[in-house]
Structures are given as structure tokens and as C-alpha cells.
Design a protein around this ligand. Structure first.
Ligand code: ATP
Ligand code: MG
Length: 654
């Protein structure tokens, strides 16, 4: 069946509004609503003013050259990203301020790097990389756990102009090998292992396996994560190819002049999380990227000098690149970094960390919030979260009930929530509340960031109240191409309408003019001619007090085209009975209408998710239609799909 078509049906209404709290607005980095109009007057000037806050070795001569679909920003300008993240703070009052506070999964492990410490180690490692023959333009693959060396390695690459390709440490040797080969990386940086739920993930062993099929790799650098000498000596090091990080650092000079990079030189390649299919090697450049991550970090997270900022993403995802490393450090922030799982050794671990370090700004994903909801309030309630003043989410639409839970239980009812919509391809936040300006609505990412233009379009490219989310004007941190495949870049994002970026997401605009992301266009349900976004039906299910998480998909139906199949995770301690099935179906009808009534409700302890925690609905569609399950290589836990498939076959053919 065709998944194309015009508008979406709009089902969910939400009338709760949360204006910025009074005390918040007064102190906010941006509190003047005119900021939007000011940026609209000349969006290029607006971005140029932000770029001027960075340190440039050479000024640019042209702000933007736009030959669709290729944009260039700050042409002629020269700068270095590591210099902007480190040197300019080291040369000022932040020299001895904590740049990175790291806590290991074992609760007694902690390291703190001041800006000066970080600068020194980045320079040393940059020199070490040069010693291995890495130069400007050479690609370096990074496959590390959440340890400070991950940020150090990224910044060291940036310092010498070598594009990095960070691969999430949970990926298999095959996935790592594919990414290394696609990027043609010369060096791989890994670790002996990393902690995850008390277990040691054997990263070097996985890297060794990957490197068997990676002819471009000349050297491998291995960080000793610190499991004690006995375990470290068990790691196999291949003579001539493999080097210990600490040995390289010990011999390296801390004097490493930053490479003056062209604004349009490649900063990094990053493969998308693969929710819809084969990951794409998204290419980001230097000047425009840094400008937008710098500006959005400052404004959206309202960074103040005394903040302790924590983004719980992994550095292996774009959120980690832009909002753990480059954006916060370019702003001179104090960044919290945590190695392990949120439920290790107990389900209050995140809140323990917030209390211990006095975290003030916290940014996480809806998948994590729904897990916290499932576990219950007793865990956060044990900790003092009163220092928190701003909360954020990214990665998926947030169901309004999860938003409210986050607001009340974690934010104590006093913290604004910034629901930020963006993608690996956009590089930086695009649609978001401004915490000192915007009255938020649970479930809506609200408005484009100043200077950004987003529209809802139909197939013909005309504006609609509901339809496809499109970006209709270039932005500084936009994807420049797909590595090695410019045709795929054009086909994927620029072929739907002329000169307009297709996001792949569906969206609607509510009566206040706020934008709602309704889910991926590929996941849209088509029930009796109604096009229904997954977000609204899932939100109706999550609205029921027994439900923690839900995924809905279209199941082929003779009469209606598709019917709604739902997969539901209940809060801890709640039984999935037949009565509850009936109640949930009715709840959806009451909340958003009979058209969205689920025909099946399957209870499950877990939903199939990518390694970044996003629900993979295409696999659920395969299950619902009784097809062979498609590609599962980007799944976090393929077992979940197989057991669901078996369960569905037993119970689901109702
Ligand atoms: P792939 O493109 O390989 O299928 P992916 O789209 O999951 O993977 P990312 O770039 O990590 O890779 O995710 C971006 C997508 O995440 C967006 O297109 C959107 O679907 C979803 N998303 C991110 N933030 C939000 C948000 N605040 N609200 C709604 N959806 C969001
Ligand atoms: Mg995507």
C-alpha cells in the first residue's frame, strides 16, 4: 500500500500550557520574544552575529552561498573547533574551572578535568595521532565507552583537522567494520573495555574482529579503561599496529598548534542511528556547525556560569557530539559525563548523580523518561533534585503524559522543559521552546529556533496544517552530503520538492501555531482513508495510568486498508489482563476517537529499539502482518523482536 498521501488527520488535543516561571525569565539568556522577529529581518546576519562570538583565525568574506542542495557558510573563514572549545577558555578566567566531570559506572570512580587539564591532554593526544601519521583530512574512527578519552579523542582530531567517525560502543564488530570501511579510516581508537550494567564490554576484542576486514586501518590506539593489570594484559595487542593510549600520551608534547581549518572543511562523519534502514554517513563541516551548536546550547539550555550541565546521551550519537562535547565546551560550560546505565547498580542512579554533583540542567531522551515512569517515583523521590532548573528531551516525540511526569516528578513542577526536535542531519537543534520566552505545551516542540524556517507541506509542496515537516531555508549546521554518496544525499532529502529539505517526519500545527511532530512518515497508519501519526495514538495509550510505553503500527486489513495494532509496556507491578485490554481500547476511543481504536493490544515487557533507544516500528509492522522480520542489525536487543513475534503468533491473531 502506498504510504504517500496528503495531510494527516489530527486527533490529539492538548490544552495544558506552561509559561516560563517568573524567576526563570528574569535571569534567562534570552527572554525577549522579539528575538524571532529580529532574526527574521535578516537570518544570515543573525547567524553571522553568533559566528562572531567564536574565535576565527581569518574572518569570512561571505556568510552563505546556497546552490541547492549544497550550502556553504562563512566562506573564506578559518578557525579551529578545539581551539574554540579549549584554548579560548584556558586563556581566560575559566582556565581552572571544571570542563568535564566524569563518573564511572562503579560508583567510586570519578575524574575531573579543568579546561587546562583537558587542553593539555587533547594537545598530547593530537601530537600522538600526528606521530601515527594522521594528518589533515585523514579519517579516524572512534569506538569508545563513555569515558573522558572519547571527548579527548574527538577534540584531538578536530585540533589537527582529521575528521572523526564515532561509532557507538554498543555496535557489533560487523557494524563497526562497515562504518570504518565506508569512511576509509586510517586509525581506530578504542579501549580494552567499558562498563555496562556491571559487565565489562570487551571493546578491543570487538575492534580486533572488525579490523580483520578493514584494510585501511594502519594503527589502533587502545585506552586502558582501568580494570586492573590482569585484565588489561589479557587484551591482545598486535605489534606495529596497536598502541596503548597511555604510552603514546606519556611521550607526547603538550604543545600542539591548532590547525587553521577552512569553515567548510569536514569536522566529522556520523552514521545515523538506523531506525528506518541502512545508516547514512552524515557529513558535518566546521564553521557553520560550530556556530549553530554554540548558539543553540547557550540559548536552549540557558547556560549560566554556575550551571552543571548533563546530557545523558552517548557520544556515539549526534546528541553526544553537539550537546556533550562541541556545544557545551564552546560555551565554557561544566559538563557532567556518566559512563554507565541508568539502572546500575540501582534505578535511582541518575538522580543520585544529579544530587551528588548538583546538576542544574539535564537533557535526556523520551525512552529514558518512559523507563523512569515504568520504574516509579520511589527512585527519584529518594534524592534531592532541587538544584535542577531546566530539563530537556530529544530523540522521539514525547508523549504528553511522559512530559507531565518529567515536569512534576523530576522537575518538581518548577523547571521549564525544552522538547528539542532535530536530526543527525540537522547537526543542531532546529525546533524547540526558548525556556525564557516560550509557553510550552506537553508533546509539542513548539517553534523553529530563531533564524530557522520550518514548514508543514503536502505532496505538492503547499503549506498545510498537517503533513510533512520540511526545512525551507539553509541553516549553518546542515548536513553537507552523505559521505561518498552525494546522489543518495540528493535523493534522500532533496527530491520531494525543489530546494526544500525533507525531514522524513510528519507534523501538525495547533491552534497556537505550535508544531507537533507526529512520527515518521514511513510509520504513518492509514485507517479507512485516515492518515494517522503514530505519536497521537501512542500518546493516548500512555495517557492511561497503567501504561508506561506504547508503539502502534498499521496491520493490513481487508476493509479498512489498515487497522491499528498496539504493543504496550505496563508500569511495574501492573498485570496485563483481558479487562485492561478492553479498557485501553476504550481509552483510545475516548481520548482521540473511534477511528484510532486498536484492534489488537499486546502487552510486552520491552519494545524493539535501536541502540539509541528509539522504537523500531517497521519490525513491529512485520510482526503484525506475519511477515519475516526485516533487518535487525541496528537493534539493541534482537531477542525482543523474536519473542514478540512468537507471542503475537500465539495471541495476536484476533
Ligand atoms: P535513520 O535516519 O537512520 O532512520 P534516525 O532518524 O533515528 O535514524 P536520528 O538522526 O538520531 O536518526 O534521529 C532523528 C529523528 O528522531 C527525527 O527525524 C525524528 O523522527 C526523531 N526526533 C528527534 N527529536 C525529536 C523530538 N523532539 N520530537 C519528535 N521526534 C524527534
Ligand atoms: Mg533519520
Amino acid at each position: 500500500m502506498s504510504r504517500d498521501g496528503d495531510a494527516f488527520d489530527m486527533l490529539l488535543t492538548e490544552d495544558r500550557r506552561f509559561p516560563p516561571p517568573e524567576g526563570f525569565r528574569e535571569r534567562a539568556v534570552v527572554s525577549d520574544p522579539d528575538v524571532y522577529e529580529d532574526a527574521e529581518r535578516d537570518f544570515q546576519e543573525y547567524w553571522a552575529a553568533w559566528a562572531e562570538e567564536l574565535d576565527w583565525f581569518e574572518p569570512w568574506h561571505t556568510v552563505l552561498e546556497w546552490t541547492p542542495p549544497h550550502a556553504q557558510w562563512f566562506l573564506g573563514g578559518r578557525l579551529n573547533v578545539a581551539y574554540n572549545c579549549l584554548d579560548r577558555h584556558v586563556n581566560g578566567p575559566k582556565r581552572n574551572q571544571a570542563a568535564l566531570i566524569w563518573e564511572g559506572e562503579p560508583q567510586d570512580e570519578r575524574r575531573v578535568y579543568t579546561y587546562w587539564d583537558l587542553h593539555r591532554e587533547v594537545c598530547q593526544f593530537a601530537n600522538a595521532l600526528k606521530g601515527l601519521g594522521v594528518g589533515r583530512g585523514d579519517r579516524v574512527a572512534i569506538y569508545l565507552p563513555m569515558i573522558p578519552e572519547a571527548a579527548i579523542a574527538m577534540l584531538a582530531c578536530a585540533r589537527i583537522g582529521a575528521p572523526h567517525s564515532v561509532v557507538f560502543g554498543g555496535f557489533s564488530p560487523e557494524s563497526l567494520g562497515d562504518r570504518i570501511n565506508d569512511a576509509g579510516a586510517k586509525v581506530l581508537i578504542t579501549a580494552d573495555g567499558g562498563y555496562r550494567r556491571g559487565q565489562v564490554l570487551p571493546l578491543k576484542a570487538a575492534a580486533d574482529k572488525a579490523m580483520e576486514n578493514c584494510p585501511t586501518i594502519e594503527h589502533c590506539v587502545c585506552v586502558a579503561r582501568g580494570f586492573g593489570l590482569s585484565k588489561v594484559s589479557g587484551v591482545h595487542m598486535t605489534g606495529g599496529r596497536d598502541h596503548w593510549y597511555h604510552d603514546l600520551i606519556a611521550d607526547a608534547s603538550a604543545d600542539c598548534p591548532p590547525e587553521p581549518m577552512d569553515s567548510e572543511d569536514v569536522l566529522y562523519i556520523l552514521y545515523t542511528s538506523g531506525t528506518t534502514g541502512k545508516p547514512k554517513g552524515v557529513v558535518h563541516h566546521t564553521g557553520g556547525y560550530l556556530t549553530q551548536v554554540y548558539a543553540t546550547t547557550k540559548v536552549v539550555f540557558d547556560l549560566q556560569d554556575d550551571d552543571v550541565y548533563w546530557c545523558s546521551a552517548d557520544v556515539g550519537w549526534v546528541t553526544g557530539h553537539s550537546y556533550i562535547v562541541y556545544g557545551p565546551l564552546a560555551n565554557g560550560a561544566t559538563v557532567m559525563m556518566y559512563e554507565g546505565a541508568p539502572d546500575w547498580p540501582h534505578r535511582g542512579r541518575f538522580w543520585e548523580i544529579c544530587e551528588k554533583y548538583g546538576v542544574t540542567v539535564f537533557y535526556t531522551a523520551p525512552t529514558a523518561i518512559r523507563a523512569f515512569m515504568k520504574w516509579g517515583e520511589a527512585f527519584p523521590d529518594q534524592y534531592d533534585l532541587s538544584k535542577l532548573r531546566l530539563l530537556g528531551t530529544v530523540g522521539e516525540p514525547i508523549n504528553p503524559e511522559a512530559w507531565i511526569w518529567y515536569h512534576n516528578v523530576i522537575g518538581g513542577g518548577r523547571c521549564p522543559i525544552v522538547d528539542t526536535w532535530w536530526q543527525t542531519e540537522t547537526g543542531a537543534i532546529m525546533i524547540t521552546p526558548l525556556p525564557g520566552v516560550t509557553a510550552t505545551t506537553p508533546g509539542s516542540a513548539t517553534l523553529p529556533f530563531p533564524g530557522i524556517e520550518a514548514k508543514i507541506l503536502n505532496d505538492e509542496g503547499e503549506e498545510a496544517d498537517a503533513g510533512y515537516l520540511a526545512l525551507t531555508r539553509p541553516w549553518p549546521s546542515m548536513i553537507r552530503t552523505i559521505w561518498g554518496d552525494d546522489q543518495r544525499f540528493k535523493d534522500t532529502y532533496w527530491s520531494k520538492w525543489p530546494d526544500t529539505y525533507f525531514t522524513g517526519d510528519g507534523a501538525k500545527r495547533d491552534g497556537d501555531g505550535n508544531l507537533w511532530v507526529l512520527g515518521r512518515v514511513d510509520d504513518v497508519l492509514n485507517v479507512a482513508g485516515h492518515r494517522i501519526g503514530t505519536m497521537e495514538v501512542e500518546s493516548a495509550l500512555v495517557d492511561h495510568p497503567a501504561v508506561a510505553e506504547a508503539a502502534v503500527v498499521g496491520k493490513t486489513h481487508d476493509v479498512k486498508g489498515e487497522s491499528v495494532a498496539s504493543f504496550v509496556t505496563l508500569k511495574d507491578g501492573i498485570e496485563g489482563t483481558d479487562e485492561l485490554v478492553a479498557e485501553l481500547k476504550q481509552h483510545v476511543v475516548d481520548k482521540i476517537g473511534a477511528i484510532a481504536r486498536p484492534e489488537t493490544v499486546i502487552f510486552t515487557g520491552a519494545l524493539p529499539k535501536t541502540r539509541s533507544g528509539k522504537i523500531m516500528r517497521r519490525l513491529l509492522r512485520d510482526i503484525a502482518d506475519g511477515r519475516a522480520v526485516g533487518d535487525t542489525t541496528t537493534l539493541a536487543d534482537p531477542e525482543v523482536v523474536m519473542s514478540l513475534k512468537n507471542r503475537y503468533e500465539e495471541e495476536g491473531k484476533i
